[in-house]
Structures are given as structure tokens and as C-alpha cells.
Ligand binder design. Structure first.
Ligand SMILES: Nc1ncnc2c1ncn2[C@@H]1O[C@H](COP(=O)(O)OP(=O)(O)OP(=O)(O)O)[C@@H](O)[C@H]1O
Ligand SMILES: O=P(O)(O)OC[C@@]1(O)O[C@H](CO)[C@@H](O)[C@@H]1O
Length: 309
């Protein structure tokens, strides 16, 4: 089973309208709600790929109940830790030309009892997990090294762990050397403190490989992704696509990586599958949702280049 962690779960509201006018009254044409926060998108995609998944994290309040209901409707197995908080709402506004504007609430504040309680809950769930994914921001009040604590618990239990986060959650989480990391272009620039070209990405990521991370996968939007590992580095590119909603593509990539890791895929295959799954996510309206056959079709069209750097 793949265990997905969403510390800061959300009701993701996708609003579609013809055009967004800042500073004016905007009427929404269509609302598409889904159980969100990055880890729940990962869970949905793993589920749609037919692999066994369990979603965990922290939920609370009426929004927390709604998130549970949405998960039940989709038959996504879940076992969240209940906390005296209100889970957040995140908004993604997509206008007629496909431009996406995201409004992300920060999430509620928790105390130490919730932090300790969740870590205990996570350690129990780890027993049945084959791969763990840690995604997105944490809740206020959680220690900056929350993901390092969870990754260390996964290491102790002998379970591979994928980290996909940003800011301090990522910087501190990296110190526990997760098995796989998946920064996007902006996150890598923040970590490096400068823009990087393709050889620069490989050289920079090799530092993480030396520090014990097995695969560093840098996602580059429509340009696909670069995987750096001890066995070699690769750049996989998807075909040009008419995208519908790109939000959650990074999460779909993490889902593809988790399934590949569980199946023991070699780096090139791991990357090709992850790029195919993430590209398939851009073709569906719902955030973090993939049609398996679409991913299979795209898999044939991914071009993979071995990098010499
Ligand atoms: N326009 C696109 N066309 C084809 N594939 C895409 C496109 N946008 C994203 N992808 C695929 O999705 C992967 C992840 O996208 P991206 O680098 O934007 O991640 P991200 O910023 O983490 O996304 P998010 O935070 O929205 O989940 C890319 O590596 C690529 O394989
Ligand atoms: O605030 P975080 O946890 O970093 O990101 C939250 C979020 O933007 O990420 C997903 C897209 O990747 C959305 O479902 C969700 O709303």
C-alpha cells in the first residue's frame, strides 16, 4: 500500500469563468470541488492507476468532514488524525484561455498534542506501507523539521519515502535524506539561490545524491522533468498538449514515482512513467486526476534523453 501524507489538507475549489477581472464582481460559471492538498491529489492519482493507497494527515472541523465525504464518494481509503482545527479551502480560478490563478489559505494552527498525536498515528500506519509520500505545506505550530521527523520514522521502518514540499518544510525535510525528492523549477531555484540551466540542475542535484537521496526529480512544467541518480541522469519530455488544468501535475508525478518505486522500476522507466502520469493530469478538469489509459497512451510518446553531465 502507498501511504500518502497531507498535513495541510484542503477543499480544493476549482472555479471556471470566461474571464477574471481583478477589482470587479466576477460570476463563476462552474465550481468543481475536490479533496485536496497535495497528498490527497497523490492519493487520488494512485487510486486511479489501480494501486492500493491509504491517505492520512490531519483533518478538522466542517471542512474536514467535507473532505472525508469527498474521499468516501471517490472510494479512496483514508485514515486521518482528527484535530481541533478547521481544515482550509484553496481556490483555483481558471479562465477561458486556461490561465490559472490560485488562492491558498495558510491552514489552521495546531498545538504540540496534535503534532505528537499525528506522529504516533503515522508510525502505526507505516507498518502496512510499502512507499510513503510526504506532500505540501505543514500546519502552523508544526515544527519546521516535521517532514524530517516523518522521513526518519519511515527510514527506521525501512520504507522508501518521497518528499514534495516547499520553503522551510522542504529545506528542513531534505536534511533527513528522503529516498526521492521532487522540487519544481521554482523550488530548485530557491534551494540553489540562482537560476540553473540543464547541466546546472544535474550538478546541483548531485549534491543531494551524495547526501544519500536516491533520486532527485526536478519537474519543469511543459518541458517534462530531469531525474538525477547515482545510476545516471535523464531528461524526459512530454509531447505538446492542449491542457485543461495543470494544477496537481506535480502531485500526479509523485503518484507515478510512488507506483514506480513500489514496482522497483529502474531510473529511466521511473521517470518516463512519472512524466506520462503527470502529463495525463493536465488533460482533465479535476485537480489531481488521471485517466489510466491516457497515461498509457502518453507513455509511448515521452522522449527520454540520457544526460552526459
Ligand atoms: N503544459 C504541460 N504539458 C505537458 N506536461 C505538463 C505540462 N505541465 C505540467 N506537465 C507535467 O507535469 C509535471 C509537473 O508539472 P510542474 O513542473 O508544473 O509541477 P508542480 O509545479 O509541482 O505542479 P503543481 O504544484 O501544480 O502540482 C511536469 O514535469 C510535466 O511532466
Ligand atoms: O499549500 P500547499 O500544501 O503547498 O499546496 C496546496 C495546493 O495548492 O497544492 C495542490 C496542487 O499541487 C492543490 O490541490 C492545493 O490546493
Amino acid at each position: 500500500m502507498i501511504l500518502t501524507v497531507t498535513l495541510n489538507a484542503a477543499i480544493d475549489q476549482t472555479y471556471r469563468l470566461e474571464r477574471l477581472y481583478a477589482g470587479e464582481v466576477n460570476r463563476v460559471a462552474r465550481v468543481i470541488p475536490s479533496a485536496g492538498g497535495k497528498g490527497l491529489n497523490v492519493a487520488r492519482v494512485v487510486h486511479s492507476l489501480g494501486a492500493e493507497v491509504r491517505a492520512t494527515g490531519v483533518l478538522g472541523g466542517r471542512n474536514g468532514d467535507r473532505i472525508r465525504d469527498l474521499l468516501e464518494q471517490e472510494h479512496i481509503p483514508n485514515d486521518f488524525f482528527d484535530a481541533p482545527i478547521e481544515s482550509r479551502i484553496c481556490i483555483n480560478i481558471i479562465d477561458g484561455d486556461g490561465t490559472s490563478t490560485e488562492l491558498l489559505e495558510p491552514g489552521d494552527e495546531v498545538d504540540n498534542r496534535t503534532v505528537e498525536g499525528f506522529i504516533g498515528h503515522f508510525k502505526e500506519l507505516l507498518k502496512d506501507a510499502r512507499v510513503v509520500t510526504l506532500s505540501g505545506s505543514g500546519l502552523r505550530g508544526m515544527p519546521d523539521n516535521m517532514y524530517a521527523l516523518l522521513a526518519e520514522a519511515a527510514h527506521e521502518a525501512g520504507k522508501p519515502v518521497i518528499l514534495d514540499s516547499s520553503g522551510r518544510w522542504l529545506t528542513e525535510g531534505l536534511k533527513a535524506a528522503p529516498t526521492v525528492i521532487k522540487p519544481n523549477r521554482d523550488e530548485l531555484v530557491q534551494l540553489a539561490g540562482m537560476e540553473l540551466d540543464e547541466p546546472g540542475v544535474v550538478r546541483f542535484c548531485q549534491n543531494y545524491i551524495r547526501a544519500g537521496i536516491r533520486h532527485a526529480v526536478v519537474s519543469l512544467g511543459s518541458e517534462g522533468a530531469i531525474l538525477v541518480s547515482r545510476e545516471g541522469s535523464y531528461h524526459a519530455r512530454p509531447p505538446k498538449l492542449s491542457t485543461v488544468n495543470t494544477v496537481g501535475s506535480g502531485d500526479a508525478m509523485v503518484a507515478g514515482l510512488a507506483v514506480g518505486l513500489m514496482n522497483g522500476s529502474a531510473p529511466e522507466e521511473l521517470l518516463r512513467r512519472a512524466v506520462a502520469v503527470s502529463a495525463a493530469n493536465t488533460l482533465t478538469e479535476q485537480t489531481g486526476f488521471v485517466v489510466e489509459e491516457e497515461a498509457g497512451r502518453l507513455y509511448q510518446e515521452i522522449r527520454v534523453e540520457r544526460l552526459g553531465h
